[in-house]
Write a protein of this length. Sequence first.
Length: 142
Amino acid sequence: MDDRLEFLRKRACDAMIALAENRWVDADEAFHPHATWWIIGQGELSHARVRALATETEGQLTKHGLRVMGTVAEGNKVAVELRGDMAFPDGRTYCNTYHHVVEFEGDRIIRLHEYFDTFYVRQVFGGDLYERKIETAAKQPI
């Protein structure tokens, strides 16, 4: 296997797991200072804005598991399929599935596209909460 592709694959997976576990310092090391995310239903956001949204919605979770289901690496991109295993203090679970397309510039993530089940997010976090986050995110500079 190509050592460079293996490095990018590991870096992408490690960054996604660090984000899920709210280990922001570890995750930030993998991201370029000008990194952007494109998130289904929300559009393009800065990495800092994504951190704020994740902290607000997922920060209340008491379990932050994320399992890598598979990866594909080619050129400067890594596709990562993930399954969450998260829980709220009251015992409710949040186990969404994710597909990330992670693009690197050098050794750091410069762009990330995130796909997940938005219907499930609305069921778990409430439709109005999700809509407010989209509206708030749209007003934030990227």
